[in-house]
Design a protein around this ligand. Structure first.
Ligand code: PGA
Length: 251
């Protein structure tokens, strides 16, 4: 089965409003050809403005996080329902920076997934091991537990709404990407787990993105792996030329 590739730019907590507007405009310039599905994922205050800038283009928009709670007295949180109400299509759930710096557990991430799915957002669910775990050779068990506890409680219909991003923590923002072989191996492992739980058609339809120091110089090799269905791009998504080169690599 051919899965159309996805390239998503996770801008993290970067850019001012005018810089965000400029970057969105450069990515969506008239005449740019996208061989893949493109998603921009800015900070909350820019979601509405960037969405506006994407009008008429095929580029889609996502948020970087949502609350694990439905609504209420939760100062500083943003709910899945609120994101839906401003037309957001995707939401990153379980980025390692949220897991590590904001203590988001597999159980909390399951709650976030529940609400994201309830409000028809497409979750980009991140998983991936820290360096110590890989050094011990336990990366597969580690990722399996993340999926088991956060994702596998959901039904097949729900699973079909989401995208998985494999992001080894040691590769994020370090300049040291996983090799194509390491990425492919883990993606095959993840697809195999999904196949065991949901069957082969669900596994074949599932998009599994790679993230972690993906850049113009390595994107083509990573994306040529049969089970790597595109990328979740951090640093390189902040430079229009680099992000467009990565998009071009996703044929
Ligand atoms: P990076 O980040 O491309 O800067 O390594 C990827 C991510 O965190 O999604």
């Amino acid at each position: 089965m051919i899965r159309r590739k996805i390239v998503a730019g996770n801008w993290k907590m970067n850019l001012t409003q005018s810089e965000a507007a400029k970057l969105a405009a450069e990515v969506c310039k008239d005449g740019v050809h996208y061989p893949c599905q493109v998603i921009l994922i800015p900070s909350f205050p820019y979601l509405a403005g960037v969405k506006q800038a994407l009008t008429g283009s095929t580029v889609q928009i996502g948020a970087q996080n949502c609350s694990s709670k439905e609504n209420g007295a939760l100062t500083g949180e943003v709910s899945a329902a609120q994101l839906q109400s401003v037309g957001i299509e995707f939401v990153i759930i379980g980025h390692s920076e949220r897991r590590e710096q904001f203590g988001e557990s597999n159980a909390v991430l399951k709650d976030k997934l529940t609400l994201a799915l309830k409000y028809r957002l497409k979750p980009i669910f991140c998983c991936g091991e820290p360096l110590k775990v890989r050094e011990r050779g336990n990366e597969q068990q580690y990722v399996e537990q993340q999926l088991e506890e956060s994702l596998f409680p959901f039904s097949q219909a729900e699973l079909e709404q989401l995208v998985i991003a494999y992001e080894p923590i040691w590769a994020i923002g370090t300049g040291l990407n996983a090799t194509a072989e390491q990425a492919q191996q883990m993606h095959v492992f993840i697809r195999g787990l999904v196949q065991g739980k949901y069957g082969s058609s669900a596994a074949q339809q599932l998009h599994i993105l790679y993230g972690g120091s993906c850049k113009p110089s390595n994107a083509k090799e990573l994306f040529s792996c049969p089970d790597v269905d595109g990328g979740l791009i951090g640093g390189a998504s902040l430079v229009a030329k680099d992000f467009l080169a990565i998009i071009a690599a996703a044929q």
